[in-house]
Design a protein around this ligand. Structure first.
Ligand SMILES: *Cc1c(COP(=O)(O)O)cnc(C)c1O
Length: 386
């Protein structure tokens, strides 16, 4: 019988028998790796060859992520952003055309505009809701279609199977930033993705204390990915790798709670007079809810709300006094967060016309009654200052 997902979360990448029965793998700190013979030096036919290329600690994490994502193999990198940039560099060359979703994580956008363009890649942003319509903008030289679903901040859910189908017919490779759902709630390779990216920093680590990324590829997309990852010199630090392996073991219970609290907070917020709308893919009033329901098996704790127009003073009165919701960007840890966002500035292929302030919320693992009370007091301050 095929292992169920929660069992994979607990068992993936582990081999206690290889380590005296100890449950977790040891942390290898390594730069120099010795070769026993001249022949070994020449063939490099041993599993560990150089610190940067990974140790048994790294391999354990990479095996675990590959199994969770359902891909052929995985590589870890120094940050989520470096996983995005390394994957793009691996599958693009000068003269290629790149289709990039207009809802991408902002630093991903910046990399395309500031670096890829400088290296002769033709970067075109597209409407995240384009679906099969991507066929009309694919070109002979389109090498990569980059997707991120749901989109950062604005949460458009993309029709990945339709996009992948059209892209593959045109010979393009499909990359996905799968950070929001984590490998648990969206299975990229069952939906036609060739290369899946995780900001491991977020839910896989889960404790707000590690920067890391991961790239997982199909067997066909593996060779290019591995080569460029090695050429660039990507690697992740041993203690961080260990912390992420430890974080993964509780991923399914953490995510379930993030999901429940997120959905309940979204419902509560939708009834608040200060809120114009809630943007959460798991809600029936979300424009892409049907696609989310078809393709995802859960929702993480990250969503946005649009406030009814209010003054900057009122917004500051609300946010500055919150007790449990911290104002910070890197989400996916155990604590709740709230941060103002400005999607208007982040778009070129589509327009963001909503007038109200967008607040991105991360539902943490605190008691929901405390979280509601914190927001309730925040809204009272907002109204008093208006
Ligand atoms: C945070 C994030 C990243 C970047 O990850 P870092 O580890 O912070 O570099 C990339 N994509 C998405 C969707 C993210 O939320």
């Amino acid at each position: 019988m095929k292992k169920k997902q929660d069992t994979v979360v607990v068992t993936a990448g582990r081999d206690p028998e290889a380590n005296f029965g100890i449950v977790n793998p040891p942390v290898y700190h390594a730069s120099t790796v010795l070769y026993p013979t001249l022949e070994a030096v020449k063939t490099r036919a041993q599993p560990v060859t150089y610190g940067r290329r990974g140790t048994p600690t790294t391999f354990a994490l990479q095996d675990a992520i590959a199994e969770l994502e359902g891909g052929y193999r995985s590589l870890v990198t120094s940050s989520g952003l470096s996983a995005v940039t390394t994957a793009l560099l691996a599958h693009l060359k000068a003269g290629d055309h790149l289709l990039m979703t207009d809802s991408a994580y902002e630093p991903t956008r910046t990399f395309c505009n500031n670096v890829l363009k400088r290296y002769g890649v033709d970067v075109e942003f597209y409407d995240p809701r384009i679906g099969a319509g991507i066929g009309t903008i694919l070109r002979k030289n389109t090498a990569v279609v980059f997707t991120e679903s749901p989109g950062s901040v604005t949460f458009e859910v993309q029709d990945i199977p339709a996009i992948a189908d059209a892209a593959h017919k045109a010979g393009a490779t499909v990359l996905l930033d799968n950070t929001w759902a984590s490998p648990l709630y969206f299975k990229p390779f069952e939906h036609g993705v060739d290369v899946s990216i995780q900001a491991v920093t977020k839910y896989l680590c889960g404790h707000s204390d590690v920067m890391m990324g991961a790239i997982t590829a199909t067997e066909e997309a593996w060779k290019k990915t591995l080569e460029t990852h090695g050429n660039i010199g990507q690697c992740a630090a041993p203690d961080d790798v260990y912390l992420v392996l430890r974080g993964i073991r509780t991923l399914s219970v953490r995510l379930e709670r993030h999901m429940q609290t997120g959905i309940a907070l979204a419902e509560w917020l939708s009834k608040r007079p200060e809120v114009a709308r809630v943007i959460h893919p798991a809600r029936e009033d979300h424009p892409d809810h049907a696609i989310w329901k078809r393709d995802f098996t859960g929702a993480s704790g990250l969503f946005s709300i649009e406030l009814k127009p209010c003054s900057e003073t009122a917004l500051a009165a609300m946010l500055d006094g919150l007790e449990y919701f911290g104002m910070g960007y890197s989400w996916g840890g155990f604590e709740s967060l709230i941060i103002p966002q400005y999607p208007k500035k982040m778009r070129t292929a589509t327009q963001w016309t909503a007038e109200g302030q967008i607040l991105r919320i991360h539902a943490g693992l605190e008691d929901i009654e405390d979280l509601k009370a914190d927001l309730d007091a925040g809204f009272a301050r907002l109204r008093a200052a208006a």
